[in-house]
Each structure stands twice: as structure tokens, then as C-alpha cells.
Design a protein around this ligand. Sequence first.
Ligand SMILES: [Ca+2]
Length: 338
Amino acid sequence: MKIVPMLSALLLASIAMAQPQGGGTKTTAPAGTARAAAAAAAAATASAATTGVIRDCPACPEMVVVPAGTFTLGTSASATEVDLERGEAPPQPVTIARAFALGRYEVSVAEFRAFVDATQYAATGDCRVASGGGWIRLPDHGWQDPGFAGPPAENEPVVCTSWDDAKAYADWLAKTTGQHYRLPSETEWEYAARGGTTTPRYFGDRDSDEATLLSVACDYANVYDASAVLELGFQEPNARCSDGHTYVAPVGSFKPNAFDLYDMIGNAREWVQDCYTATYTGRPLDGRAWEWAGGCELRGVRGGSWASRPSAARAAARGGELQNLRQSDLGFRVARDL
Ligand SMILES: [Ca+2]
């Protein structure tokens, strides 16, 4: 396990997060705003030392250390983009009391295949796939055939995996490595996705209005973009740029955030541990997941996907799905205690 080089970068990133984010730093940040400049500087700091990752076994996912810290969960009710129906507002102060590790990428097809090969786990049945501008649940589709133009590549995020499948994978990792692998809590997820930024997306706030040109998103995220409109035909706004991927992209194809995390926005939606309700009322605000006896009706999903309109591809955007749902834009990444 090698984590020392990463810790120095994270220390610098933590310092950057604690400082007022002023302008004046020469940067290539696309938005040109002080906040975007600070985010880009922090990202550059983290990216300069990306060799310090945790990998507990050859087939295990790469993990990066996310430092403890504080942040504001959710979105102001007066913000340009806010989903009041899903309880993003009012914002909540959160303290992530302990550093933790989070998958640098979404779990890939190859990584999930290693689990299935080792355990004969049956992550099959049916899957909701994109069809005719909407979604249709089809039998005989699953993580090995998610209804794309061809079979998924080994380095693409695994999709058509339910919350139960994701949990089983994390439990297997824990059993085989002796480390406490799990799904991230919802608050951990948003904290990690923000990477110290307060903007709707870690690449700045230029894209904060769907009516404006969304030319920045495609450097950082695989979303419902201009190149995908003809093929997918979703009747919803698209990012006004081309990211080159109608469906999933190989993990890590786009720029990371300041915590060296890739695809936190876009590519595949990601399960979190928490039960989903359309409010943050009653939720622990210290990084723990929110669950209750008797099980959840819905589990939280985060981050948007290749099928997401811009407003759904934000750090604070949230939703819930039945935990046995398999859908071709829904995957996950794992967390691990340190
Ligand atoms: Ca796309």
C-alpha cells in the first residue's frame, strides 16, 4: 500500500480548500472566475502527484485518499440550478470527520468481472436500456450486454448493476483484502465530488444555466452531449458540446477533480449507501450514511451519466432508485475506511 506521495498533495489541496478562493492565479481555467481558478489550481496540485494510490490487490480498484474536512451539502433555494423536489435545499453544513479512500474511477467491467469469476455471483436478469428516446426494461440484458452498440470494453464502467450487486462487490473486496470496503455515504460522495469547490460542478460555474453554451462540460464529463442527441433522442436539454461518447466512456477519459477523482460527474450514475428521501432533514451530517431498520424503499444515486441533461450532472444533484434496479447508465464506485 503506497499512500505517502498522495498525502502531501492532499494536504496542499486541504490548505487550498481552507483558504478564501481569491483571484490572481494565472490559470487556464475555462470559466475565468476566481472560484474556477482556485479549483483548477487545486486540481493541478493533486494531479502532479497521482502516483500515490492504494491498490490492495492486482484486481482491486485504485483508491485515493480523501481528506477529512467540512463542506456545504446541497444548494441554495435561490440558485439558478436547484432541484427543490429532491430536497437539495436548504444547504446543510457537513463535517467529514475521518479521511477515507474512494475509488479513483467508477468500478470497471474488468474489475467487476474478477468478482463474478471468483464468486459465480449472478448479476443478471434484466436491465433498463435506452431505446427510442426513453428507457425500456429488457430481459437478457445486463452488465455484459447493456444495450450499447457493442459489448462493453473492459475499461468502461460496469453498468446494469443494482445496489445489491454493488454491495456484494464491496463485500467481496472486503473479504478478500481484509480492508473495510463499502459504498460511499451520500455526504461523502458530494464532498468528494466537489473537491473543495462550491460551484455546481467541479469544473466551474460557467455551465450553471442550461440556456447558455455548455462548452466546458465535455472536457470533464461524459454527459448527454450534442454528439449523442441523434442516436439517443432524449427529449431533454443536452450539453452544447461533443464529448465523443454516446454511451459510457472508458474510465478516466476526462479531467479529474482536485481530489484526483475521475468521472464524479457523468459517465455512469453511482449508487451511494444511503436510503433516499427527498429531504436532508434528520440525516447525520458527519459523513455517516443514513439508513434505518427494515430497509429502504429507494437508495441514493449521484453524479449523472451519459444520459443526463446538464441540470442533472451537478455535484449536488441527487435521486433515488429501487435498490434492485439495473439500468444501463447506473454503476458505482467503492469507498474504503483507512
Ligand atoms: Ca456523451
